[in-house]
Design a binder for this molecule. Structure first.
Ligand SMILES: Nc1ncnc2c1ncn2[C@@H]1O[C@H](COP(=O)(O)OP(=O)(O)O)[C@@H](O)[C@H]1O
Ligand SMILES: [Mg+2]
Length: 1138
């Protein structure tokens, strides 16, 4: 491997490590910095501490190639770079399992935030890759733009000044892959929300939102793009060179999305930002009250209204909260009015709280997204980027807090680098002359002492009952701290400063480690109290906006807590305490940022400014301690473990004590004695070069060892492989031989089997042949025998048959002869019988004649008549009794009658039949009721009208005439229709009314009463036509099997205007019969004519139209159809009845 030539020591521009500076003085120190700065070398080491001078221009030293160059290299190997520090920290985290922290300090604008980002991006670039890891990295990196948008602002010192402290723990797994992180934020400078010093801006997000958001978004947020519309935005520096707010807005939105903000969360955040802007525009005017006091009123309610709409707050609630204040004390509630000044104070307090709580929420939200999932122990790298030491013209509570924080960091630095280091030398028994340095613990104590520290007193003042003002606070300070060396005020008893007239009233001055700072007490009490009227927090809690509600939990009326919340100072002190304890558990890595000029300009190196920073950062002391001391130390065991391969005696195992092993090693390597010292438990190496030398030797040695290991391993591997091959060969050969013999044996075996099978086959065939021959011979003998026996049998059969035939012929001939004899005998017998009968008849006649002649004289003359009469009587009796038994049924239609038994009774029999029928009809008639009679009368009338005249008639005979088919009196649908007649409805039926124009049918209800024929709509029951019966002249029907009928109207009558009606009914016979019946019973008019003909004329309006019925062969769908053929003809086709 090629050894990198351009090492730290080869760097020609000044010296890369201040430890090597010769001669060492403040001038040479600053000169070295300047020289390097002029040559674009912005990083310089003091041992392992990196000094970074802000170049105020982009440098080409952060490329991916540079990352590769510094990756896995020794810290002192290459020229100084922040990457070297990041790499060192990352590797000792990954390989040595030591938690790290990167402490970045320096004034505002010195480049701390940039440095922290560089460290993070370096670590992101060199740590593991993979989809999940990349996502974590991306989220960690993208949290920066979001936090910067909400927490950074332009100040006079820095265009992108962090207005909050940030400490980020990045968590790694055992492989060094990032798992997530936790961000802690410290005290956002919220006063900036409502007021910015001249030349400074509010937080970036306000400007970014107004310049970058789409018109649509702005409209939704009820905002205007014009900055000048908002009181909270300072205008003189609204536009910053080199800062593109619109683009940054898009970056921020994108970053929020990557970090994991939901779309509705982003919207809520923007709504809150908009609400703060709106809040700033709410103004108040005084309104005099009768008791002489002024009460504030909102001047123009438009902004208030829009803000309330944005946050879903009821306007009246907020308005009231700006005019009144409820004070709760000891279960009492007192409402006091606010004057205009108080209202403004309340408004600003609300805006500040709203914004700072939003900011904290955002930090928490980011933490939720980036927190590590796995529960195993993580390695942690903390990056601290906290606001730098600040001295402004007007310094207030915020600067006080910020500077306090910086004091604490300086403490840590002193603790860990200066004191710790010196103490270690003493502990290890290394010869050491103490180096003086300023320990700022005394200043920390002045501020944070529990009893009489400034913060404690401020808290005391805030909690004290009675009138409390900033002045009373100052008085208290004057009383308690006056003796302190680092505290000054006009009234301080410290006579040293009594003559100092530069100290105004209402101020105190603290001599910080970084310089004197004059603090104005105005606002200290208020800011420490950080009070938000309860009415306002309650108003916020009532908002119909999830985020707002969440931000003001104390507004929940259910959780009224009369205890004061902890003061801002107290909270800050506590969180700084936690931070310090956290940092102390980690291995520190320092980046000390230096600001080369106050103009934020490149290439300018203001020596006085740098000198001041070098002094207060204690860098000179740092170098001195470093130079006097040793660059590197390590316990003997790990040292021996690391370098034991450099000496044959210690390699591979050293059995004795570790220290002796190390001594042996150093002696063997011939390292000059002044280059190192032996401590009690550690070896101290004075110069990085020595360490570098050791490392280089170790690297080479490791290469050699690797080669050796490789060689041995390869030899071993080849031999093992060979042995394996040999063993395998024997096995293979054995297996093969076995296989070959097996094959040979199998071949012989199969050949033998074949030969054997052939021989056996041949023998078998031979035997078969013989057996077959034998069998054939036996068969031949049997056949011959069978033939012979057969011939014998047939001969015998023939003989027997001949014999039988002869016998049969004899029998037949005999039978014929016998038959002929028998027939002859029969004929003879028959003739004889005939003769005998004739003789007997003749004999009987003759005998009768003889008897009659003989007995005639013995009979009386009338005896014959009597016998005759008796016989007749007897016959008649028998006849009647028989008739009685066989009488037919009583039904008048029964046609049966018993048959006539004697011809002479023919007349009687017919007469009796007639009488019986009449009698049975009478009996039948006597059983009839009046109604039934009417029905039959109607039927009779129908029969008279239609029988044999219309082919439809027979089918109607068996149908009872129901009359009201619609049940019109019961059906509620026709109630109205029914009630419109006085008379009884004789017939109600649905008919088809034939359209006169086209012959199509429409259903209608036909009603018949004594006086009228009515046609009504079937659905509505509305009467369509009502014809008085006298207007009806005749009805025409066809002779066929159809239901068509025409109602012909009297010419000139009122009903005849439209012409005659052509209708079709399923109950035609009944309808016409009823019509006819009414006509025949009415006395006032002539009887209705019923014309039955297949062609008749009807009057349709003016026209006379012929309706013609044509019979057709029945097709499928046996229906009657009606068609208007022309002006004069309407044709009805009727299928012939089957
Ligand atoms: N390494 C650097 N390279 C280029 N410019 C830098 C670098 N460090 C700081 N700057 C410039 O200085 C400005 C202030 O730096 P920043 O880190 O925000 O200061 P701080 O956080 O200390 O207040 C940055 O906006 C940037 O323009
Ligand atoms: Mg910063």
């Amino acid at each position: 491997m090629e050894v990198k030539t351009k090492s730290l020591l080869d760097n020609m521009i000044g010296v890369g490590d201040m430890v090597l500076l010769e001669p060492l003085s403040e001038e040479s120190f600053i000169e070295n910095l300047r020289k390097r700065f002029d040559h674009n070398e912005i990083y310089t080491y003091i041992g392992s501490v990196v000094i970074s001078v802000n170049p105020y221009k982009s440098m080409l030293i952060y490329t991916p190639e540079r990352v590769e160059e510094y990756r896995n290299r020794n810290f002192y190997e290459l020229s100084p770079h922040i990457y070297a520090l990041a790499d060192e920290a990352y590797r000792s985290l990954r390989d040595q399992d030591k938690d790290q922290c990167i402490l970045i300090t320096g004034e505002s604008g010195a480049g701390k935030t940039e440095a922290s980002k560089l460290v993070m991006s370096y670590v992101a670039a060199v740590c593991g890759k993979g989809q999940e890891v990349n996502k974590v990295k991306e989220q960690l990196l993208q949290s920066n733009p979001v936090l910067e948008a909400f927490g950074n602002a332009k100040t006079v010192r820095n265009d992108n000044s962090s207005r909050f402290g940030k400490y980020m723990d990045i968590e790694f797994d055992f492989k060094g892959d990032p798992l997530g992180g936790v961000i802690s934020n410290y005290l956002l400078e919220k006063s900036r929300v409502v007021k910015q010093p001249r030349g400074e801006r509010n937080f970036h997000i306000f400007y970014q939102l107004l310049s970058g958001a789409s018109d649509d978004t702005l409209k939704k947020l009820k905002l205007d793009r014009d900055f000048s519309k908002y009181n909270y935005l300072s205008l003189d520096s609204a536009v910053v060179n080199g800062l593109d707010d619109a683009t940054n807005f898009r970056t921020v939105r994108n970053a929020m999305q990557i970090v994991g903000f939901m779309e509705d969360e982003v919207q809520s955040v923007l709504e809150l930002v908009a609400a703060v802007l709106k809040l700033g525009n709410i103004e108040f005017k005084p309104e005099s009250r009768c008791n002489g006091t002024d009460e504030s009123r909102v001047k123009d309610k438009n902004d208030l209204k829009e803000m309330c709409e944005l946050l879903g707050i009821e306007q009246s609630v907020l308005e009231r909260a700006f005019s009144y204040r409820t004070v709760e004390a000891k279960m009492e509630k007192v409402s006091t009015t606010l004057n205009v000044a108080q209202a403004y104070y309340a408004r600003d307090a609300l805006a500040k709280n709203l914004y700072s709580r939003l900011f904290s929420w955002i930090v928490n939200r980011i933490n939720e997204s980036i927190k590590a999932q796995a529960k195993t122990r993580h390695k942690v790298m903390g990056v601290l980027d906290i606001y730098g030491f600040e001295i402004f013209e007007d310094n207030s509570f915020e600067q006080f807090i910020i500077n306090y924080c910086n004091e604490k960091l300086q403490q840590i630095f002193i603790e860990l680098t200066l004191r710790e280091e010196q103490e270690e030398y003493v502990r290890e028994g290394i010869e050491w002359t103490n180096i003086e340095y300023f320990n700022n613990a005394i200043i920390c104590d002045l501020i944070e002492n529990h009893q009489n520290g400034i913060l404690a007193m401020l808290d005391e003042e805030c909690l004290r009952p009675g009138t409390v003002t900033d002045e009373t606070f100052l008085d208290k300070l004057n009383m308690i701290c006056a003796e302190h060396q680092h505290f000054e005020s006009r009234l301080s008893k410290n006579s040293k400063f009594l003559n100092d007239h530069s100290l105004p009233h209402c101020c105190f001055r603290i001599q910080h480690y970084a310089g004197k700072v004059l603090y104005r007490v105005e606002g200290f009490v208020d800011k420490n109290n950080d009070l938000l009227y309860r009415d306002l927090s309650q108003a916020m809690y009532k908002a119909n906006h999830t985020l707002i509600k969440h931000l003001f939990p104390e507004g929940n009326p259910a959780k009224v807590n009369l205890k004061r919340p902890p003061t801002a100072g107290f909270q800050f002190k506590a969180s700084v305490g936690t931070l310090m304890r956290n940092l102390q558990t980690k291995n520190p890595n320092y980046i000390r940022c230096i600001k080369p000029n106050d103009k934020k300009a490149p290439h300018i190196f203001t020596e006085s400014l740098v000198c001041h920073q070098v002094r207060y950062l204690g860098l000179m002391e740092n170098v001195r301690v470093r130079r006097a001391g040793y660059a590197f130390r390590q316990a003997y065991e790990p040292c021996l473990e690391r370098y034991k391969m450099l000496c044959k005696r210690t390699w591979p195992h050293w059995r004795g004590p570790a220290r002796e092993g190390v001594e042996m090693l150093m002696a063997d390597l011939q390292v000059p004695a002044e280059e190192f010292s032996y401590g009690r438990s550690k070896i101290f190496i004075r110069n990085p070069r020595t360490l570098f030398f050791l490392e280089e030797r170790r690297r080479q040695c490791l290469q050699d060892l690797a080669t050796l290991i490789q060689k041995i391993y390869r030899g071993w591997k080849c031999r093992t492989h060979f042995l394996l091959l040999k063993k395998s060969q024997i096995v293979v050969a054995a297996w093969y031989r076995r296989y070959a013999q097996q094959k040979k044996y199998e071949k012989i075996k199969s050949a033998t089997t074949v030969v054997q099978s052939y021989t056996r086959g041949w023998q078998a065939r031979k035997l078969l042949r013989e057996l077959k021959h034998q069998k054939r011979c036996e068969e031949a003998v049997t056949t011959i025998a069978a033939y012979w026996h057969g011939t014998q049998a047939r001969m015998e059969l023939r003989r027997l048959k001949q014999e039988v035939r002869n016998k049969h012929a004899v029998t037949v001939i005999w039978a014929y002869w016998q038959g002929t004899k028998a027939r002859r005998e029969l004929r003879r017998l028959k003739e004889e019988a005939k003769r005998k009968h004739a003789v007997a008849v003749i004999w009987a006649y003759w005998k009768g004649l003889k008897v009659r002649r003989e007995y005639r004289k013995f009979f009386r003359a009338n005896a014959g008549k009597k016998i005759y009469d008796f016989t007749i009587q007897r016959i008649m009796q028998k006849y009647f009794l028989g008739l009685k038994r066989t009488l037919p049924s009583m039904s008048p239609v029964d046609k049966n009658w018993p048959a006539r038994p004697y011809v002479f009774l023919d007349g009687v029999h017919t007469e009796l039949r007639r009488i019986f029928h009449l009698w049975r009809c009478k009996k039948y008639k006597s059983k009839f009721t009046e109604e039934k009679k009417a029905v039959y009368e109607e039927k009779l009338e129908a029969s008279e009208l239609f029988k044999d005249k219309k082919s439809l008639y027979p089918s109607s005979v068996s149908q009872p005439f129901k009359g009201d088919y619609l049940e019109i009196s019961k059906n509620p649908k026709y109630q109205k229709l029914n009630s419109s007649f006085d008379e009884k409805v004789l017939l109600a039926d649905v008919v088809n009314k034939i359209n006169r124009a086209n012959g199509k049918g429409t259903t209608r209800i036909l009603l018949l009463t004594k006086k009228n024929v009515v046609l009504a709509d079937q659905k509505t029951g509305q009467v369509k036509a009502s014809v008085p019966l006298p207007d009806l002249t005749s009805v025409s029907v066809s002779t066929q099997n159809d239901g068509f009928f025409a109602l012909r109207l009297k010419e000139g009558s009122a009903s005849a205007v439209k012409g005659d009606f052509l209708l079709s009914s399923e109950h035609l016979i009944e309808t016409i019969t009823k019509l006819h019946h009414i006509g025949s019973t009415a006395s006032d008019r002539e009887q209705l004519n019923v014309d039955i003909s297949d062609e008749f004329l009807v009057q349709f309006k003016q026209d006379k139209v012929c309706v013609k019925f044509i019979q057709v062969a029945p097709k499928n769908g046996n229906s009657v159809s009606c068609k208007r053929k022309n002006n004069r003809l309407l044709e009805v086709t009727v299928p012939a009845s089957a």
